[in-house]
Design a protein around this ligand. Structure first.
Ligand code: LLP
Length: 397
């Protein structure tokens, strides 16, 4: 990675070897039990990253019409695409029907009624799963918890019967099964065990099979190690999938699907940024980088912490607040970070930026959107350098 210097900063750097290793471990873990994975493309919609994942045979999980379109453009097969979201527009529903994607995850009785009307209008049958809010605590940051009664997501249990009856009474809805997603960056397997226990109860109490249910989509949320990413680059997928195998009690033949985002891509990405200034404040020293919250808003939005490294200096360690140039006080990557003595021009790397960094980037302050670069073996390449998406698999093998 010594040719890192000289490239214009900031940029996202994706390690395609690690990405491939991570996705293949996830795919193998799922395949052991016959489970399928849809990649939650909201985590990172970079064309190269997405193409690697597509080439490894995963489906896509989308939350907007544009994500559905983009996934199709990237070559994900329509029959591998699922589409969730609490506020699907009529146009997005029409798109999902026209493209004949695998399934829409329906988040309310009201939405189900609209889907069934639109399908009726076009003389079609909409494949749907009902997203249920299971009221399970995910033990993660409150802003990325989704499965509690106070959250806007999913159909709450008192409304599930009505939704099932609408499905049963409509010739324009093909009810596939249930969908759950309890939150993100979940680092304990206990919430998943509790989810499985809830699923068992819901499946039986509501007689899901009698409505034609034959699938459960358990969403995503498996966390990554932000504290020690270099020690733990690949999440423990086999323990994750084993929880479902051990705890779910569903009729044999029920299909299980997952929607993993962060756990597949989080550790393969980093931001490479340059120190513009080191500034002595009143009692603190600031390192001001050319990347800011516009490139990684997780620390500003969720008090998230990412490992920060100075790869240029081997000076004595000092404490710094590492901040960006954006006109917001929350534009801070980390406070009291121990770095080797740092000066203007040093290269800083912010680790674990493969998920929800580039895909959540902003042009606030009219800042440029930085490019992505890719490492494969010892090479660092631009997208053009990778010469077409189709060749990526062979490039890395
Ligand atoms: N399925 C659904 C329905 C989702 O809403 C999400 C993420 C996923 C799957 C994928 O979850 P994952 O495996 O990536 O945890 N921006 C936040 C995370 C928001 C997650 C939104 N939904 C962050 O940077 O922490």
């Amino acid at each position: 990675m010594d040719d890192l210097t000289g490239l214009r900063t900031p940029y996202y750097l994706y390690d395609l070897d690690l990405l491939k290793k991570t996705v293949s471990e996830a795919a193998a873990g799922a395949a052991r039990y016959g489970y399928s994975i849809h990649y939650a493309i909201k985590a990172n919609n970079d064309p190269v990253v997405s193409a690697v994942i597509r080439d490894m045979g995963l489906g896509a999980d989308c939350v907007s019409g544009n994500e559905v379109r983009r996934s199709l453009e990237y070559g994900f097969a329509p029959e591998g695409i699922v589409f969730a979201g609490v506020g699907k527009t009529d146009d997005e529903i029409k798109l999902a029907l026209a493209e004949d994607i695998f399934c829409m995850n329906v988040e309310s009785v009201e939405e189900l009624e609209v889907i069934q009307e639109i399908a009726d209008l076009y003389g079609m049958r909409a494949r749907v799963a009902l997203r249920v809010n299971p009221s399970v605590e995910a033990e993660t940051h409150q802003y990325i918890t989704t499965g509690l009664n106070e959250n806007k997501f999913g159909i709450s249990l008192p409304h599930l019967r009505k939704a099932l009856d609408i499905c049963a009474g409509s010739g324009h809805v093909d009810f596939m099964g249930l969908h759950f997603h309890i939150g993100s960056q979940i680092t304990s397997l206990e919430p998943y065990r509790r989810l499985c226990e809830r699923v068992n109860i819901i499946w039986k109490e509501f007689g899901i099979e009698t409505y034609g249910g034959r699938m459960v989509n358990l969403g995503g949320g498996l966390g990554i190690d932000y504290n020690d990413p270099e020690q733990n680059p690949v999440p423990d997928f086999s323990s994750f999938f084993a929880v479902f195998k051990e705890t779910l009690d569903l009729p044999s033949g029920t299909e299980l699907r997952f929607e993993l985002g962060r756990s597949l891509v989080g550790q393969c990405g980093r931001i490479v940024t340059k120190v513009l200034y080191t500034k002595q404040g009143a009692g603190r020293k600031f390192v001001i980088t050319d990347a800011g919250m516009t490139e990684l808003m997780r620390p500003s939005l969720y008090q998230a912490t990412h490992r920060i490294k100075n790869i240029s200096s081997s000076g004595d360690p000092e404490l710094y607040d590492v901040v960006g140039p954006v006109c917001e006080s929350t534009d801070v990557f980390g406070k009291d970070i121990l770095l080797p003595a740092t000066s203007r021009g040093d290269l800083i790397q912010i680790l674990s930026c493969g998920a929800y960094a580039q895909s959540m980037s902003l042009d606030f302050n009219l800042r440029d959107k930085p490019p992505a670069r890719y490492s494969a073996g010892k090479k660092i390449l631009s997208a053009a350098g990778l010469k077409g998406l189709k060749s990526i698999g062979s490039l890395m093998s």
